[in-house]
Design a protein around this ligand. Sequence first.
Ligand code: UD1
Length: 367
Amino acid sequence: MTKIKHTLVHIVGARPNFMKAAPVLRALDKYSAKVRQVLVHTGQHYTENMSDVFFTELGIPKPDVNLHVGSGTHAQQTSAIMTAFEPVAMELRPDLTFVYGDVNSTVAAALVCAKLGLKIVHVEAGLRSFDRTMPEEINRLLTDQLADLLFTPSLDGNVNLRREGVAKNKIFFVGNVMIDTLIRFLPAAQQRSQEIRERHGLGEYGIATIHRPANVDDLDTLRPILGALDEISREIKLVFPVHPRTLKNLGDEAKSLTKNMLLLEPLSYLDFLALQASAKLIITDSGGVQEEATYLRVPCLTLRPNTERPVTVTEGTNILIDRNLPRLKKEVKAILKGKKNKHRLPKYWDGKAAERIAKVTIDHLRG
Ligand code: UD1
């Protein structure tokens, strides 16, 4: 009798998905006698520097399917992913479909699978900002309600899921897959660190990244943030890789910035990691960057009123600044004067989260 392999589909679409899926694909590859893995790229992000370069640098296999959905409003993008993915799911009838993080691709694929009676695995489950004005919070809440296996990066995730009525036996605290990727690629990033710093003429520097709709979509909000960053850059040079969403609104504002604000195209994974590792401080509104800064012990000032990653504040180097720009400047000054943060590495941020996921997955398939 021929032994039939289980089919596992992995859905990726936007930049932060790629570094989360990479270690899971790799860990499950060790069980290739038991499972067949199919990688589906929704095409939510599609340009070289938002997508392709991550596949190359992280050694992610070429997607088996690309849905090429591209950009659009939330409804357009989510429905385009659903419409394009449904026939793929119907044909493959996967035993498990892995969705990652909290982007539109995550919830869209989960909805398709749920309606087809297909089992869903959510990697990075249980995170909550408790702020439903964030599109990602809606995506997180819905995906977790639909998922059959939920892998959490920190124990607050388990508490949130239990409170929302998710059965205990579906929830597994495995640690942070994004940190798996960081640990694996840090040596390679460090190798190119000197070259990048020389290329951009960097001595001591900070990093700024902003792309949240709440910070960048309205010019009246973006302008004062840029003003504060510009002021900070007189004290410490700021490297500012500009996300396409931010670029749309930046327009003429960019011209008024001093040359101590170094505006760059979005960076590759290794270049950005290299810069983060040697930065004096990071100012951000990204989720993943808060975690990476915590791992790297770099002080992180987050331009948001809340975070779905509370361990970065309670254990790591993160401080929530909201849009309190006077406070931002004050905290930067304190860091430059040598203020030290407390720091403890959150549990299971140890490079082995994907291995734990693979083990639970295989046990689950065995029944
Ligand atoms: C998405 C995620 C967000 C994540 C971010 C990381 C959702 C709801 N949001 O936001 O959680 O933090 O990705 O980057 O899923 N664009 C390009 N090239 C690309 C992709 C997009 O130029 O490859 C431009 C398009 O003009 C597009 C805009 O960027 O309209 C925004 O892209 P979109 O995918 O809608 O959302 P992000 O802001 O990237």
